[in-house]
Write a protein that binds this ligand. Structure first.
Ligand SMILES: C=C(O[C@H]1C=CC=C(C(=O)O)[C@@H]1O)C(=O)O
Length: 448
């Protein structure tokens, strides 16, 4: 392999070194620049802060624009990563709709933003790694290596995080959709589904809450990682953002591309948790056999299969099963495929988003219905969040079970899939169950 060359002004320098283990919460407490956090089952957990480069795109071409900008950024570089987990990666996400109105709480979120962190700590199987990145005319190996040494010294001297997790506590809270408006919307959706205008639509609600104290993203993510070990954990803080965080613990992987292997999940159809293991099992069996939920789920499986078809040489749909989370259980079908040719992960993200687990069918009619019905801005809720690397690999989750916090407020989001026989009251309660994952950590309630 020929050595990487620095060819233009965009030259990228990246250096990494193993460091002693440092508590992720101590790292987060010590950072003042905007941070990103990513953690997924079977993947290294990453905390990054600052920006060596930031890619922004808006509008319907946001996926291809970010791909072009990422390819330009990674086209030349002087990289010594030491281990695959510490290699240069971009972290960020997209808006749900083609265009996001700059409405609260999304004012600081464009339609797509990816950050190449200035400093990154990676918790990998091979140990803890520190990476320092720089981009531009003044990015020199000597400067980056000096910064790496300084950052290593500083991180290794951090006091361990000693306090128990502190929950911010919730003051007043209200859903932005009234029960009456919700009932009317669900009835209207089911009427249109029964009339054959739509097959399925996912309607969501926002919940606005005041916080009793400023949230600590380290404590929140720590709690979420304990309660939701089989979920994708993320936090994204926009630059110059007055300490705004968008974070969540999503049970749904949108897509992961590694070489030519594609993995994705169909996740739709929900029930609660039982009081006992036997009740849990009973609820899971009921869910697997329930015609409304299996129909809602099967629409997602079939659509994902169709969406992937143009790209893949083979596809394998796993058995339908139940994914059990701390507050709910979902129908889950894992899907794997082999690409016919090399594809950038963002091509697959664009092809799959939004799946009918968060949009509906037919897609255009469902999106129109969502825009017309929902009285709040989805922003990045239910949209792809994740990472990409220089080779076009990456993993994206669907940003569910998520919230935006400021030092004094939280806005939570949750939605439900509606089909012909959906009941407004049951769907209202399901929204509450889906809020619980974030509400529990904000309130400091004990979770399973
Ligand atoms: C839209 C959400 O969940 C989706 C994912 C799993 C189960 C779902 C359901 O049963 O309705 C939804 O399709 C959400 O959590 O906000």
């Amino acid at each position: 392999m020929s050595p990487p060359q620095i060819t233009d002004r965009q030259a990228l320098v990246s250096r990494a070194t193993p460091i002693n283990n440092v508590d992720i919460r101590a790292v987060l407490d010590a950072t003042t620049e905007p941070r990103i956090v990513w953690g997924a089952p079977d993947q290294a957990t990453v905390v990054g802060w600052g920006s060596a480069a930031t890619l922004v795109a808006n509008g319907p071409d946001r996926f291809s624009e970010i791909q072009t900008q990422a390819e330009a950024l990674f086209s030349s570089g002087d990289v010594h990563a030491g281990t695959e987990a510490a290699r240069p990666r971009l972290f960020g996400g997209f808006s749900f709709h083609e265009q996001t109105a700059a409405r609260s709480p999304w004012n600081a979120f464009p339609d797509a933003r990816f950050v190449f962190p200035r400093v990154q700590v990676t918790y990998a199987d091979s140990g803890v790694w520190l990476t320092v990145n720089a981009v531009g005319t003044d990015a020199t190996p000597t400067q980056v290596e000096d910064t790496l040494q300084q950052a290593k010294d500083r991180l290794e001297s951090l006091e361990p995080h000693s306090h128990d997790p502190v929950a911010p506590g919730i003051g007043e809270s209200h859903r932005t959709t009234t029960k009456q408006a919700w009932t009317e919307s669900v009835n209207e959706a089911t009427r249109r589904i029964n009339a054959g205008e739509l097959q399925k639509v996912v309607l969501a609600q926002a919940l606005e809450a005041s916080l009793a104290s400023e949230p600590s993203i380290g404590d929140i993510l720590n709690q979420l990682s304990v309660s939701y070990p089989n979920c994708h954990l993320f936090a994204i803080e926009p630059p110059a953002s007055e300490r705004i965080s968008f974070f969540g613990a999503s049970p749904e992987r949108l897509v992961s591309v590694h070489g030519r292997t594609v993995e994705t999940d169909a996740l739709a159809g929900t029930t609660g948790r039982g009081e006992t293991p036997a009740e849990d099992e009973w609820l899971a069996e009921e869910l697997l056999a329930d015609p409304k939920n299996t129909h809602e789920h099967q629409l997602v499986v079939e659509t994902i299969r169709e969406q992937l078809k143009p790209y893949v040489a083979s596809i394998s749909v796993g058995d339908r099963r139940v994914k059990r989370l701390a507050t709910v259980q979902h129908l889950h079908t894992p899907i794997t495929a082999e690409l016919a040719t090399d594809e950038h992960v963002l091509s697959l993200v664009e092809a799959l988003h939004p799946t009918p687990a968060v949009g509906g069918l037919p897609p255009e009619k469902a999106l129109e219905t969502i825009i017309r019905t929902e009285p709040f801005e989805r922003g990045w809720y239910a949209a792809p969040v994740g990472w990409i690397d220089a080779a076009g690999n990456g993993t994206f989750a669907v940003a569910l079970r998520s919230a935006v916090t400021t030092p004094t407020t939280a806005t939570l989001f949750a939605g439900v899939g509606l089909v012909a026989d959906s009941d407004p009251d049951a769907e209202w309660d399901e929204v509450e169950l889906k809020y619980r994952s974030i509400l529990d950590v904000l309130e400091g309630s004990s979770v399973r």
